[in-house]
Write a protein that binds this ligand. Structure first.
Ligand code: SF4
Length: 359
């Protein structure tokens, strides 16, 4: 089979190496490349990858790391929109590499530029106030560029509310992409009524006139991991662990958030676990690699997944992929480089900079 047709392709020798041999390769490359190399690992990555990350974090933390490092090579172990964001924020001399270039976030892929432009125009035709697009960090560089061109901003699950407040202060109404649930949770947590909210299904574009009274229209995109939790999971957790705290990520649908004790970004979830007293039980509704790691790193507490939900895209990156791209760097070859066209990067940077200023 050709190299182009195989997802996560590596030369056969890497498929045949033992975990110990792969680990030796990575260790050697890290020593050899020194400060020329920075490895970034998202919290949802496998342990075998996180072990070698110079920095681990959520997408915002890692974007900041990418923007502040002087390393020549940035190996981003995550999904494509994260590596794209790093490429947008880094200097042109730096090289961003994604060990598995086919690792895409399904939610980010649910919003395309043409659809977003058409929706923006449709809402502009029925709203007197300006449409301010805000996109979740989990979106493609094309969407970030569109948002930047229209004077909008990127947000994360930590700062969505601050960005929404900023948009309202500008006298605008909001088109939020691409996560229906983060948008919905943000609006309702701000105390706005449900009537202020509209859901735009890009596969069946509605009559924009039906959104004439809405102040926020959210794109009908979703995360496979976080929409997989059910209210019964929360009920079952409460029955089994009556004293536990249940915290979920705001990419979860509203009923799950309401049934839980708290919701918060990945950074917030980590903080809650760290600050919980010894002996506490915390049930977490997010990707299970992170939950398992939190449990391992806090042996004085019990940290359990609400149910076991793994992100298949994040799990695509294995030690053999990391070893392959690092060996390439030692040999002077760059595999799986992520680039963003300069005009797209320029506009996307506007939207990212706005988030960094406001959020
Ligand atoms: S966990 Fe959800 S939002 Fe994150 S990369 Fe996977 S599918 Fe995308």
């Amino acid at each position: 089979m050709s190299r182009e047709r195989r997802i996560g392709w590596v030369p056969q020798e890497y498929n045949e190496m033992t975990p110990g041999e792969l680990a030796q390769r990575v260790d050697f490359a890290k020593r050899r490349l020194g400060s020329r190399l920075t490895i970034l690992g998202h919290h949802y990555q496998r342990d075998e990858i996180i072990r070698y990350a110079d920095y681990r974090g959520d997408s915002l933390e890692l974007s900041r790391r990418a923007a502040s490092t002087d390393s020549e090579f940035i190996v981003f172990c995550g999904v494509n929109f994260m590596a794209e964001t790093a490429a947008v924020l880094c200097s042109p001399e730096q090289v961003v590499i994604q060990p598995v270039e086919e690792a895409l976030c399904p939610m980010a892929e649910m919003a395309g530029r043409h659809q977003a432009v058409a929706t923006y125009e449709a809402l502009s035709s029925v709203w007197d106030e300006p449409v301010i697009p805000i996109t979740y960090q989990n979106s493609t560089a094309d969407i970030k560029a569109f948002v930047g061109e229209q004077g909008g901003a990127v947000c994360t699950s930590s700062n969505a509310r601050a960005l929404f407040e900023w948009a309202f202060d500008q006298g605008g109404r909001i088109l939020f992409l691409p996560d229906e649930h983060l948008g919905t949770n943000t609006v309702l947590d701000m105390g706005m009524p449900e009537e202020a909210l509209g859901v735009w299904d890009p596969l069946h574009p509605p009559d924009p006139a039906t959104f004439a009274e809405a102040r926020v229209v959210v794109w009908k995109g979703f995360c496979w991991v976080h929409t997989g939790f059910a209210e019964e999971d929360v009920a079952q957790a409460r029955e089994q662990y009556p004293d536990a705290l249940v915290i979920v990520h705001p990419e979860c649908p509203r009923p799950i958030v309401v049934a839980s004790d708290a919701s918060g970004s990945t950074a917030r979830i980590i903080q809650v676990v760290e600050e919980a007293p010894e002996g506490a039980t915390i049930i977490v509704g997010t990707e299970c690699h992170l939950v398992d790691r939190l449990n391992d790193e806090h042996p004085d507490k019990l940290v359990l997944p609400l149910s076991r939900r793994a992100c298949g895209s994040m799990a695509m990156t294995q030690l053999k992929h990391l070893a392959y791209v690092l060996d390439g760097l030692i040999e002077g070859e760059t595999h799986n480089v992520v680039t963003v066209p300069e005009d797209v990067a320029r506009s996307a940077r506007l939207a990212l900079d706005k988030m960094l200023q406001i959020g």
